[in-house]
Design a binder for this molecule. Structure first.
Ligand code: BGC
Length: 795
């Protein structure tokens, strides 16, 4: 079979559609399909009813420090891809949590490049073992969201190589088929046109033979992009590349050999990822793995008086308090959000199952569990014969204003609707149209009810046919993510009597745009003081309290960073009041990034559960009751004060630059260099089992030590190895599982790259020293056990 013609080769450099590439059957080149990740298979779906498995967030996976588990989670996502006909996944996200404010911090494994790189590579290997391709993202320095489309990150070459590119180098060494170039600029050039990174480093030095694609709509020119080394413009159809490159070649601005190279990379990835696939993971295995993984990343940071584990039967009354006990935050709110099974249990349900037979459970949310967008619990306005008794009836119209013939009807039981390009037959965005959502609401309590409304186009709410609120606005065509900033909604109060039934209709019109969204809610009467008092009363009357606080699923979004690391003020008030009422309180924090924990001395126990995916509730009940260990160690620093984070504010300077001024000292490295103690240092955390370490030395260039489990239960420990010169850095780690009383000699593999530094003078890598002191430690501030390493002997 002959290769593609020149025109076909040009065409191959742009996608065919939103999630697919072009096929050239005459040349034996198939199209391949992609989906967003990393927490599961997120796209290619029609709407929110298209359910997929949701894995724990990458920060939780980072907290496991467990190579094998990360590989198995990669395999689970790969298996989901296979089952859904997806050939490649846009994951893992290998950017770094350099600031706790980063909107997508939960998608990052860690603030440390070695931990990120090692675990990210395992995830890649697991995913690709299923025959699915991994497209690691976002190359490079897309470590925050503020002005992400135009920010120009400035950093020196050493920092670029040793810190921010390092995780991608691991992924390339693991054989990822693709890399996704970030939206931002690095040192003055768009990442999609960053020739030094794409071509000099990644393709030439690292020998990457896969494919580099743009982030979605992240291209800015034709020849600048292809010449810099980008191979594929996504999504399709072409904006700058594809067949548009033919003219640039004719004009002599692009070497035809570059087009051939790009097309052959697209073709070989397409052939590879559409070839043999592994059989899907059995459902029961996947379900068990999601629970195991969640628990393995839960990080126990405080456990006074061994409050945890709390064995069922050891208490008579248990208070389960907090908004996240009822409305857990399973995941972040990015474009890659997964629709999870409505049957996924909530923490309070799982705790009732585990403890409810042996004790009385008192549950109080304490604060509003849906502070941004409350549910609107309605019955459909029309019976359309689909058997749905809950949700809104949606009616689609061909023109704005909900006038003319109804094109079709459906029932949707959600308060947050998103439509992607062309996926709904009646909602072809790019063309004007409208939808009316209507349902019947019955007030269970008399008083003021607050209606919420937000949308990406013009919208209004009608109650019994009367307009009560107008809201929404066009999103700029470039702001694909604007639709995701749900929670920004307008409100209006209406008075309803107890038992009163009203018909609520929402009309939404659009004129264009790539993605559209509509979201609405209704908050019934009830005061914050009543909720708080009920929680305090429950805490006072209980033998122990599990207080579950944290974020909502719209707290972490793309294109937006956070203003601070604090829990919401009303939750801090709840923590104060509940711990004062009952000091035997374990606070469980359901947040996807480093958070301020300056209040934690008031609680007996502190457990960080990150965004744990759909295994959350069962894993939590298992860990609190002692059926499983909390396995996590911090993959990010929790500083004593926000001012201590080496990188914090993320607003670019007036000239659009964001300078990585702390260089090779992000996260804990910067705190150690500045002599600042963290509130909870990087690497810290504990299980229930206790371990002793002894007899550290180095054999054949590998640090070793004896680890003994001193307790009467099986458990796991994480041995971390740090160097302290020329600056402190993690250079190796291993997780070890030991049976009760077991003692074992453990070798800790070192990461060769972490023993080298980039030299601007020689433009190459050099050993950091000839001889190095290493600390085998439990966290970055731990003195640990010291050994000496001859680096020269390793060569
Ligand atoms: C995000 C990527 C994502 C892509 C496709 C972009 O806006 O930055 O992480 O993979 O959209 O959904």
């Amino acid at each position: 079979m002959s290769g593609p013609t020149f025109e076909e080769a040009c065409a191959l450099t742009a996608g065919a559609a939103m999630w697919s590439t072009l096929a050239v059957p005459e040349a034996g080149i198939p199209s391949f399909t992609m989906s967003d990740g990393p927490l599961g298979i997120a796209s290619g779906k029609v709407d929110e009813r298209d359910i997929a498995l949701l894995s724990p967030c990458s920060t939780l996976l980072g907290a496991t420090w467990d190579r094998d588990l990360n590989r198995r989670i990669g395999a689970l996502v790969g298996s989901e891809a296979v089952a859904r006909g997806v050939d490649a996944v846009l994951a893992p996200n290998l950017n770094l949590a350099r600031s706790p404010l980063a909107g997508r911090a939960f998608e990052y494994f860690s603030e440390d490049p070695v931990l990120t790189g090692v675990l990210g590579a395992e995830w890649v290997l697991g995913l690709q073992a299923t025959g699915t391709g991994s497209v690691a993202k976002h190359l490079v320095c897309n470590d925050s969201e503020t002005a992400r489309d135009e920010v120009d990150v400035r950093l020196d070459e050493r920092t670029l190589r040793e810190v921010y590119l390092l995780p991608f180098q691991y992924a390339v060494e693991a054989g990822c088929v693709g890399l996704l170039a970030a939206y931002n600029k690095v040192n003055g050039a768009w990442c999609s046109e960053q020739g030094h990174v794409l071509t000099d480093v990644v393709k030439r030095e690292w020998g990457f033979d896969g494919l580099i694609m743009s982030d979605w709509f992240g291209t800015h020119s034709s020849e600048g992009t292809i010449n810099a080394g980008l191979d594929l413009e996504m999504p399709g159809p072409a904006r700058f590349m594809g067949e548009k490159l033919a003219a640039a070649v004719s004009a002599g601005a692009v070497d035809p050999a570059r087009i051939e190279d790009a097309a052959s990379r697209v073709a070989s990835v397409a052939r590879r990822v559409t070839a043999d696939k592994a059989p899907p993971m059995p459902a029961a295995e996947a379900e068990a793995l999601l629970v195991e993984a969640a628990a393995a990343g839960f990080t126990l940071l405080r456990n006074e008086g061994q409050m945890l584990p709390l064995a069922p039967g050891s208490v008579k009354r248990l208070a389960v308090i907090g908004p996240n006990a009822w409305a857990p935050c399973f995941q972040g709110g990015t474009f890659a959000k997964i629709s999870i099974s409505p049957d996924a249990p909530t923490p309070v349900e799982a705790l009732r199952r585990t403890y409810g037979t042996s004790c009385e459970i008192l549950f109080e949310p304490g604060v509003d569990p849906q502070p941004n967008l409350p549910n609107m619990s309605v019955a459909p306005a029309f019976d359309i014969g689909d058997g749905c008794g809950r949700g809104m009836t949606l009616e689609y119209f061909a023109a704005p204003g909900c006038t003319g013939d109804v094109l079709s009807r459906e029932t949707r039981d959600t308060n947050s609707l998103v439509w992607f390009v062309g996926v709904h037959e009646q909602a072809r965005f790019g063309e004007p149209g409208s939808v009316r959502a209507s349902g019947r609401y019955t007030a269970t309590r008399g008083g003021t009810h607050v209606l919420h409304l937000g949308s990406t186009g013009a919208a209004r709410i009608l109650v019994d046919g009367e307009e009560v609120l107008r809201a929404g606005g066009e999103i700029p065509a470039s702001d694909v993510m604007g639709v995701l900033k749900r929670g920004d909604s307008d409100c209006i109060g209406i008075d309803l009597a107890e038992g009163q039934e009203v018909t609520i209709a929402i009309e939404f019109s659009w004129t264009g745009g790539r993605v559209q969204g509509l979201w609405y809610g209704l908050r019934g009467p009830g005061s914050a003081e009543e909720m708080l008092q009920a929680a305090v009363d429950a805490a006072r009357g209980a033998d122990a309290v599990f207080l579950i606080v944290g974020e909502t699923s719209d707290s972490s979004v793309e294109s937006k960073d956070r203003p601070d690391t604090l829990l919401p003020a009303e939750q801090l008030r709840l923590i104060d009041a509940v711990t004062a009422a009952n000091p035997r309180t374990a606070v469980i924090v359901n947040v996807g990034h480093a958070f301020d924990s300056s209040w934690d001395h008031k609680a007996a126990a502190l457990l960080s559960v990150w965004y744990p995916g759909e295994g959350f509730a069962r894993a939590l009940a298992d860990v609190l009751s002692g059926a499983r260990e909390p396995g996590g160690r911090l993959p990010v620093t929790i500083a004593a004060d926000e001012a201590d984070y080496p990188a914090f504010a993320l607003q670019p300077a007036a000239d659009g630059t964001l300078t990585y001024s702390k260089g090779v000292l992000p996260g804990y490295r910067g705190l150690l260099a500045a002599g600042r103690k963290a509130r909870h240092p990087f690497g810290s955390g504990m299980g229930y089992a206790r371990f002793a370490w002894s007899d550290a030395d180095v054999e054949d260039g590998v640090p070793q030590l004896t680890v003994t489990n001193l307790s009467d239960r099986a458990g796991s420990d994480v041995v971390q190895v740090y160097r302290d010169a020329p600056e402190s850095a993690l250079v190796g780690f291993v997780r070890v599982e030991l049976a009760a009383g077991e003692s074992r000699r453990v070798a800790v593999p070192l990461e060769p790259r972490a023993l080298q530094r980039w030299s601007d003078e020689s433009q190459g890598w050099q050993p950091v020293a000839e001889r190095l002191s290493l600390r085998l430690a439990r966290h970055c501030e731990d003195e640990g056990l010291c050994v000496e390493l001859e680096i020269a002997a390793l060569a």
